[in-house]
Design a protein around this ligand. Sequence first.
Ligand SMILES: Nc1ncnc2c1ncn2[C@@H]1O[C@H](COP(=O)(O)OP(=O)(O)OP(=O)(O)O)[C@@H](O)[C@H]1O
Length: 253
Amino acid sequence: MTSPVITVTHGVVGYDGRPVLRDVSLTVTAGEVVAVLGANGSGKSTLIRAVLGLVPLVSGSVTLFDHPLRRFRQWHRIGYVPQRLGAGSGVPATVREVVASGRLARRGVLRPPGRADRDAVDAALASVGLADRAGDPVATLSGGQQQRTLIARALAGQPELLVLDEPTAGVDAASQEAFAGALKDFVAGGGTVLLVAHELGPLRPLISRAVVVHAGGIAHDGAVPEPAGHHADPDHDHVHPHGPDEPAGLWSS
Ligand SMILES: Nc1ncnc2c1ncn2[C@@H]1O[C@H](COP(=O)(O)OP(=O)(O)OP(=O)(O)O)[C@@H](O)[C@H]1O
């Protein structure tokens, strides 16, 4: 279980000529569950977007499953849940339809869904605890349930790597627990996870490594830091209240 899934080597990433990540190197190997932590605006989302080729590197390199990013074509091996999509709000799709769209990269748009597609969608819905809501319009679900729908959509593609940007931010406790259960199953099946999180909550026991982004680099790469101060409060509901000037400790967010 040591094959590299993600390798970032001396990555430099910025927007409009302003560097956000100045020199980042990171390796994620098969079976790891790596949490990316750091203050607001430190560049956590930028890091995972660069890993997926959604923002270009100014310099340095990224490889995915041992392929240089620019030559990587096996996107069905990766499931991505971006930050706060507001899944389906205003879209009259059902939960099942949104989750089924996660199969498209695997089956192609032109081939009708088959048994394997339906089974994968059913399994993904069950794993996030939404089987009973499959026929409901996503717009009628709570924010946490909509987030779970997006996670099920990523799982339905049966990826080897899941990349998640703040999957539990502002999500109700039941949805957090459901998500932790789904992630546990995914990891037990050999999956690899890279996720951005402010609060690990019920995910904490699943995290094998924490990477803290600070001042354009990686300030810590290793054990999950202990939550500090009010972050240790299990009821602490963190939805980005801090300004960018707050001093960054290992767990500041
Ligand atoms: N598309 C963009 N264009 C220009 N600047 C951007 C863009 N996306 C992010 N930034 C800036 O880059 C910096 C890092 O943003 P990023 O979203 O990666 O941080 P983050 O650590 O994920 O923050 P948060 O915890 O608030 O989600 C911030 O200063 C942000 O304003």
